[in-house]
Design a protein around this ligand. Structure first.
Ligand code: CTP
Length: 401
């Protein structure tokens, strides 16, 4: 695979390196890509829209609407249609705006609406590049799942020598080709991941919840997507950004999570249930805020449906079903019990006794137990690396089915 027939949107910012984009567009068009250029207002000072429109064989976009004929440019559609959005050259200014969600031109609106992978190739003077503000903004973009094409070292337009030069057009093109060519071993497979906590309403303002951040499940959804699967993420309330190209369904309660999970279960090849689902929910939800009265107060609870246990018996031979177990004691025995009871292929055990494992932290330490009883212990790692380990196990399992 190459960039052939791919819809590539290139966002050009006001940097002297904008001249290099003319060559990049020529290369991409030669390789068969469809290129749509969006320029920031300042970019037009460095290279003319006519040059880029002629090379890309498409009118260049820059404003939301045409003042003369009133045509409106739909940034949401642009972002949705694109297979890839590349920002090159990306100035410190637009980089900072992207990192902070500022949206004061068409390019930034397209960036915020884009569901596709986003590559960014900064270009600026070396002191601007190494400034902590810039570096923090770069780190933020990376944390949103955007992919950095790092600037090179060399002579800069200022006459200074150092890091900050826009990567060469051939190098940028190679990165895009590699992206589209990457081995996607789960291509054609559908995955369902549950993540985050559930909130069980007590009255209109209160709920019973838990400390799950959803980070582990989001990292798994992201990795499965990178491996080529088409991923649905059923998420309880979290503060997290939806991973690139993942379809997210928001739910609040255990009951809603059950309904949404059932909707996607049968069509899914891979099901990973990492959500921390409430085991109990109030029998009655007060319609009005409960007033404080007596010294003691009790809420009557009933069991929720164990979603994973309800799905286990329905599992088909093409499906890989993975559950999680968070234990404080008798970890292995408890986890093995859940594996058998819920008819899982794998259970991922987190022990609250392990430092750095559990809720809200960015690391995790897991043991994966398979249906056949084999145990794999992993070291303490970032949740991203743990997600890679879990997904490698899933991939291997899928390849044996
Ligand atoms: N789970 C679920 N539905 C529930 C409760 C749990 O689908 N109502 C799933 C979780 O997503 C997880 C697994 O079951 O993958 C284990 O959850 P955990 O809370 O550790 O275990 P429980 O089976 O609820 O047992 P216990 O709370 O008694 O340890």
């Amino acid at each position: 695979m190459s960039v052939k027939d791919k819809n590539i949107v290139i966002g050009v910012c006001g940097s002297i390196a904008a001249y290099k984009i003319a060559s990049l567009i020529r290369i991409l068009i030669k390789e068969g890509a469809n290129v749509q250029v969006i320029m920031t207002p300042d970019a037009k000072e460095f290279i003319t829209p006519l040059t880029l429109a002629t090379l890309s064989k498409n009118p260049v976009l820059s404003t939301y609407f045409d003042k003369i004929d009133g045509t409106w440019t739909n940034h949401v559609e642009l972002g949705l249609k694109a297979d890839l959005l590349l920002l090159a050259p990306l100035t410190a200014n637009t980089l900072g705006k992207m990192a902070n969600g500022i949206c004061d031109n068409l390019l930034l609106a397209t960036y915020l609406s884009a569901k596709c992978p986003v590559f960014f190739a900064p270009a600026m003077d070396l002191d601007m590049w190494i400034h902590p503000a810039t570096q923090n903004n770069v780190a933020r973009l990376i944390s949103y799942g955007n992919i950095l094409i790092a600037p090179g070292k060399g002579e800069l337009a200022s006459g200074l020598f150092g890091e900050g030069r826009l990567a060469e057009p051939e190098e940028i093109c190679d990165k895009l080709v590699v992206h589209f060519t990457l081995d996607k071993p789960l291509k054609g497979k559908k995955a369902l991941v549950t993540a985050g906590p559930t909130y069980e309403a007590i009255d209109p303002v209160r709920f019973i919840g838990n400390h799950s951040s959803g980070k582990m499940g989001y990292a798994i959804a992201n990795r499965l997507q990178e491996l080529g699967a088409s991923v649905t993420l059923v998420s309880g309330p979290t503060q997290l950004q939806t991973p690139v190209s993942v379809h997210r369904e928001n739910v609040t309660s255990a009951e809603e999570m059950l309904q949404m999970t059932n909707k996607y279960f049968f069509e899914s090849d891979i099901i990973v249930m990492s959500a921390a689902v409430a085991d109990y929910t109030p029998i009655e939800v007060a319609t009005q805020k409960i007033k404080k009265k007596e010294q003691d107060f009790q809420i009557a609870l009933k069991k929720t449906t164990d979603i994973l246990a309800s799905l286990g018996p329905l599992k088909k031979s093409n499906q890989t079903l993975v559950g999680f177990a968070l234990e404080t004691n008798d970890e292995l025995d408890n986890a093995k019990g859940k594996l058998t009871r819920k008819n899982l292929d794998y259970i991922v055990l987190n022990s609250m006794q392990d430092q750095g494992a559990g809720f809200a932290v960015d690391t995790n330490k897991i043991t994966v137990i398979s249906k056949s009883g084999s145990l794999t212990n992993f070291d303490l790692k970032s949740k991203k690396d743990v997600a890679n380990d879990i997904c490698t196990i899933i991939l291997n399992h899928q390849q044996t089915l």
